[in-house]
Design a protein around this ligand. Sequence first.
Ligand code: PEP
Ligand code: MG
Length: 746
Amino acid sequence: MPEGTESESRKLLRRLRDLMAEESKGQERLDKIVHLTADSMKTEVCSIYLFRDEDTLELCATEGLKAEAVHQTRMRIGEGLVGRVARHGNIVNTANAPQAPGFRYMAETGEEIYSSFLGVPIQRLGEMLGVLVVQSKQAREFTADEVYALEVVAMVLAEMTELGAFVGEGAALSARHTQPFLIRGITGQEGAAEGHVWLHEPRVVVTNPIADDPHRELERLKEAVDKLRIGVDEMLEGAMGGDAEQLEVLQAYRMFANSRSWMRRMEEDIARGLSAEAAVEKEQSAARTRLGQVPDAYLRERLHDLDDLSNRLLRILTGQGAVTGAEMPEDPILIARNIGPGELLEYGRGLKGIVLEEGSVGSHAAIVARALAIPLVLQAKRVTTEALNGNHIMVDGDQGVVHLRPDDNVVAAFRDKMAMLHKAQERYSSIRDKPAETLCGKIISLHMNAGLMADLPSLESSAAEGVGLFRTELQFLIRNQMPRRTELAQIYSGVLDAAKGKRVVFRTLDIGSDKVLPYMKATDEPNPALGWRAIRVALDRPGVMRMQLQALLRAANGRPLAVMFPFIAQYSEYEQARAEMDKALERERILGHPLPSKLEVGAMLETPSLAFAPNAFFEEVEFLSIGGNDLKQFFFAADRENERVRRRYDTLNTSFLTFIEMIIARCDSTGTQVSFCGEDAGRPIEAICLAAMGLRTLSMRPASIGPVKHLLRRTNLDELREVIDAERRAGAESVRAAVMEYLRTH
Ligand code: PEP
Ligand code: MG
């Protein structure tokens, strides 16, 4: 770097810092910055464009273009050269702007006389805030040093925007994080919540982007990088021999942490006048831009690693830990890119809502959120960059929508909705102790689904008759190693204690497909949902199932016990699993442990094939539970995890209802108990239709019991069945429209 340029850019930064220290209003500050930048860079024009909303940029200050254009000239992202810079975060540097691809002439600015154009993104931690431009009449490309100088100004601008330095006049000038922001994600768990943002990983705030003493900054950087390297090495040591994926991530961390070129670029940034933390951020933004455009998924994954590493380094430098000492706000709504099930459990029921930037419906975090009945929105794009700790936020889990910093209209509408939900809850609690008896006198038995000890209090509050499905995989998923038998026995025993004699159906471990144990070697399967999962794993590697069955028998300790096996596709699988249970019983008997006073062994009907099993199966199995989530995905060949298809087929499709009718008929003919425990059991309309088809036991999330019971008590199942049958005879694809019409008119 030539000595002269170095001092020029340092001089520019110093002037910029003095300017920022002056008392002035938002617009005035921006005006001074463009003036100063044009003057220092000896260009006729300098302009600042900031995002007005997610895809519109607005000219917010200019030196050299027509003053009337300020706050008038706007462009969409991708439009014109400025829009091009904003779209990908790439620099545009051209001697002949009108000839450059994408150029769009803005008559009101008077820019036609300027030939050369240099535009750089204003961005912070991967968030695009705007574009900074210089233009001049002389047709020339800007030198690398000039580009660099402008980038540094943009970087300081970004920091200052974050700190709210331009708040004051005009909406476009408010800091990004003060405007309302709407995010459409997907539903993870229904329910509505209002509260305040609590960031799982708080943003780092850099208050000193410009520094006077480069030697001191270099030292600070070196010390911080040393600490970082030691930390990464320690993590690596701790992870040796463990999970391969975690190791891979840590190895990538180490590679980045030891990268000479990364270090060299940051040293150069400091030499030009940036503080150590500003240098880290600048390289983080640049790397994001570079890697973000790489089509390779593996490399993009590494982008996260590099981000995490830069965040660690920033935390070391600023002293702002992951724990900032900030107090959790009232009614906290947790915001995270993603979160593990264990961490989520630690937060527990204190959270009012959860919003994740990533995550899928079947992810462990989603399972835990559901168990805790906390409204959850997944795949909420940009939420971690947009939300600040303490921000007002409203989460609509039903629609998968998040209102961040909502305006008054949204707040009023949302509160109306919450009040309605609350009223409905009151209505449900008034029928809490009444049976789910229909108008035609049929009584439907309502049970709840559970998976954690934390679920059990709902047994009392919802007045469920029992636990129709206790998913046992969570105890396996939230640990770093296989739980021990004694541990499991203790948990299961606690569940039975809490159930106070109500029936609990334990489902044996259902892993594979979307539920992968961190400590079990993952198998790469082309179609995991159709792959080696649930009972298939249990029968091929019976060790874990044997341990679990023993834990269940010990937990029962002479009390009644109900156990069912997941994903049974044919009779012989049930027989083999049942034989394991018999062996376990025999072992307990020999050891002198008490045997359950009553043992029921059942199967989940989750594959169409089992509905066609021989009569002998239906005679032998003690009860069946229809796992509608899986059964429906196989019936329609539509992946329940795939957003593109998972809502494509209606549960009230006549073919599916006819299939359910057939299963019930087979169970009736052999006197086999049958229930339904998929998500549809908890949807009131679906639930009454399932009951109309003949199901008398439904198991659902505890929060669904009230709404389902309420509707059942107002329905005549015989009439509803006539409506369904008439639709089937008429050849309808789904009975939904007719059922809704029937409900509306009755
Ligand atoms: C089902 O498949 O319907 C079911 C209840 O099991 P899971 O959702 O745990 O696969
Ligand atoms: Mg299932």
